[in-house]
Design a protein around this ligand. Structure first.
Ligand code: DGL
Length: 264
């Protein structure tokens, strides 16, 4: 793909989880014009049926492409990527970068050869995820853990309403499997919301593990496709489009600054 001056990159998620991916892309391409699109009217995606979700994602992304004319679209949502990436690529000519469970690097780095994949119930149940395990987890045990509530708890944290430790501990507890003398030493964060809670996850873990956040790898993929940052371009304001039609509150806009958002 030719190097575009100050490319337009659309970063999409069901809600605010994609901001963890946005942060890495903004660091890697500070010159880019970033548009953050959240389908907050349909959040959480983990609760939608597959048929409904594919239709919804195609519609929201189609509208956003029409409106913003991006050079690249990042689907910063595992629940959408593991289901709809093929349909999106078939329907639209713009390049897509997806976010799918980082099973390959987790299994490669695990010392105990037992990893857990923590995602929405939809993501851990998908054939896409099972295929990644068949292909990349040879010789490594993988425990799949679907959480019904963690994405919502992460949104509450970002909105200044931190959930109780007990709530977080209950959601992550099934990741901590002790199997004879082999215990899980690596947890894949297979939902972009979960890195929003990283410090809370560490504090509430029964023992220390490596938490794998795919965001840096996604940003590297963006740079592979669009090229490195161009000199001479200052930081560009972020556009944020919410399908609910709402504007982010002042408290949220302030919290988003830590994720590299420069909202107008
Ligand atoms: N952030 C989304 C993901 O990566 C999902 C959260 C949801 O809408 O359920 O899977």
């Amino acid at each position: 793909m030719p190097q575009t001056a100050s490319p337009i990159i659309l970063v999409f998620d069901s809600g605010l989880g994609g901001v963890t991916v946005y942060r890495e892309i903004a660091r890697a391409r500070p010159d880019a014009r970033l548009v953050y699109v959240a389908d907050d009217a349909a959040f959480p995606y983990g609760a939608l049926s597959e048929d409904k979700l594919v239709g919804r994602v195609l519609k929201v992304i189609g509208d956003a492409i029409e409106r913003c004319r991006p050079d690249l679209v990042v689907i910063a949502c595992n629940t959408a990527s593991t289901l709809a990436l093929g349909d999106l690529r078939a329907r639209f000519s713009v390049p897509f970068v997806g976010t799918v469970p980082a099973i390959k690097p987790a299994c490669a780095q695990s010392q105990s050869k037992h990893v857990a994949v923590l995602g929405t119930q939809a993501t851990v149940g998908r054939e896409y995820t099972r295929a990644l395990i068949r292909e990349f987890a040879v010789g490594c045990k993988v425990t799949l853990v679907g959480s019904a509530r963690l994405a919502t708890l992460a949104e509450a944290e970002l909105n200044g309403r931190p959930p109780a430790d007990e709530e977080i501990a209950a959601e992550i507890a099934p990741c901590f499997v002790l199997d004879g003398n082999r215990r899980v030493d690596t947890v894949v964060l297979a939902c972009t919301h979960y890195p929003l809670l990283l410090q809370r996850l560490r504090v509430n873990a029964p023992w220390p593990v490596d938490w794998i956040d795919p965001a840096p790898a996604i940003a590297r993929r963006v740079v592979d496709l669009l090229g490195p940052s161009l000199p001479g371009h200052g930081a560009v304001p972020t556009r944020m489009l919410l399908t609910s039609g709402q504007q982010p509150s002042i408290a949220l806009a302030t919290a988003l600054k830590a994720y590299g958002f420069n909202l107008l």
